[in-house]
Write a new protein. Structure first.
Length: 432
């Protein structure tokens, strides 16, 4: 992916509709209560929508006491009310969920639910660019292209990182903020749009291109020569539906480069799909338990490695306080199986699994359905995964911009390199 150096908070990605603030682990096979939304009679019935949401929680929620609430009484109260529209129904659903005292069991309005679906699907409809406030030559335009996805419509059309976006389909971006400009670019696959750009050395010009379905990359990688150690560095930003294949491709590509060791960077990774974290763990682990889950009936389930690892090279995993959920499952599996060394600071501490359910008005629910434990039976809730090597200082998001990752300013990465250079690469022989 082409990138323009930037301050992290100044960019808005047109690729994604947006990310939810709370980290989540979703079972890949979660079954929605309403399978066919288009034919349900609930669409224009606010009271039926409220009951639909109540039924999902009643069937699925991990705590059978519902945080010591009479859940049947909650239903009676909900159905006794009158709702003028779906917005009032949404407010009532949110109010009832607050009784559970669980921030991860939450209601999402249609816009939020679409955003979550986009995130976990790992695919978007767009032209493959990220926008931000102009970093270079702001007089040429206030909005600039900061990233371009390889082989996307923008890439194929010759759009370049650093181009200033002046208008979209004739509408000027001069008075728009980044978010408003991004909305102009979104649309259905196959729909054409014309963007007016300004480029140093070329001036102002128009490009017409078509929106397309784009696979969002959650994995990036590179080779770093650290003295005598050839390090394969992999950054995983989230666990979407394409992350497993992208991770496999990255490991295999680095194997072809004959790296001596791997650094897997999970800093800032908020989680995602449970199954993808298990699949990625299997790429590094040949045997052992990966994660244990327990549902509200006390039923336990174990996911295990299956002799399909594609590397046995030394491994360090970088984590921080924003590594959450599926990231913690992967880090916990590596740590407890003594497959590699966890480096950084304690992770977020979320030990709950959610399933996702669409509702009839295109809103949705995320409902906590299970607790999970690391292979050794550790409950990391509110505590996180403790690193084997604790590194004081900032995580990846707190460095002097993204270009500082894997440099001398990146203390966690440098600690991992030191482990490789001294031959100390597993939790079994590293102490704080």
């Amino acid at each position: 992916m082409q990138q323009l150096s930037r301050q992290p908070l100044r960019r808005l990605t047109v690729l994604l509709s947006g990310l939810l603030a709370l980290s989540t682990v979703f079972p890949a096979n979660a079954k929605p209560l309403q399978e066919v939304v288009a034919t349900t009679p609930f669409t224009n019935n606010p009271k039926a929508l409220v009951d639909e949401a109540w039924q999902v929680v009643n069937r699925e929620y991990v705590d059978g006491t519902f945080n010591k609430n009479d859940w049947q009484q909650v239903r009676r109260e909900l159905l006794a009310r009158k709702y003028a529209n779906n917005l009032e129904a949404h407010a009532a659903i949110r109010q009832s969920l607050r009784k559970l005292g669980d921030p991860y069991t939450r209601f999402m309005d249609p816009r939020q639910f679409e955003s979550l679906t986009t995130q976990t699907n790992g695919e978007i409809t767009g032209i493959g660019i990220s926008l931000g406030e102009a970093i270079t030559d702001p007089k040429a335009g206030k909005i600039q292209i900061l990233e371009i996805v390889e082989k996307s419509p923008a890439d194929k059309a010759g759009i370049k990182v650093g181009d200033h976006l002046l208008s979209v389909n004739g509408k000027s971006t001069n008075t728009l903020n980044v978010s408003e400009a991004a909305k102009l670019i979104k649309g259905e696959a196959g729909q054409p749009l014309t963007v007016r750009l300004s480029r140093v050395g070329k001036g102002v010009f128009d490009i017409t291109l078509k929106r397309a379905q784009i696979e969002v990359s959650s994995v990036s990688y590179k080779v770093k020569q650290e003295n005598k150690v050839k390090v394969g560095y992999i950054k995983l930003v989230e666990f979407s539906s394409h992350s497993s294949k992208q991770m496999q491709d990255a490991i295999q590509a680095l194997n072809r480069e004959k790296v001596n060791a791997f650094v897997l960077d999970l800093r800032g990774n908020p989680g995602g799909l449970l199954q993808n974290s298990i699949e990625i763990a299997r790429m590094f682990l040949n045997q052992g338990v990966i994660v244990k889950t327990i549902d509200r009936k006390g039923r336990s389930d174990e996911s295990r490695a299956d002799q399909t690892a594609i590397t046995e090279l030394p491994l360090a995993v970088l984590v921080d306080g924003s590594s959450a959920s599926a990231s913690e499952i992967l880090a916990g599996a590596i740590k407890d199986n003594k497959r590699g060394t966890i480096v950084g600071s304690s992770t977020f501490g979320k030990a709950l699994v959610q399933s996702v359910h669409p509702l009839s008005d295109k809103s949705g629910l995320a409902v906590t359905v299970a607790h999970y434990y690391t292979p050794n039976g550790t409950d990391i809730g509110h505590k996180g995964v403790s690193p084997d090597v604790r590194v004081a200082g900032l995580g990846a998001d707190g460095l002097e911009g993204p270009d500082s990752v894997t440099t001398s300013q990146d203390a966690a990465y440098q600690s991992a390199v030191s482990l490789f250079q001294t031959g100390r690469t597993t939790a079994a022989n590293v102490t704080d």
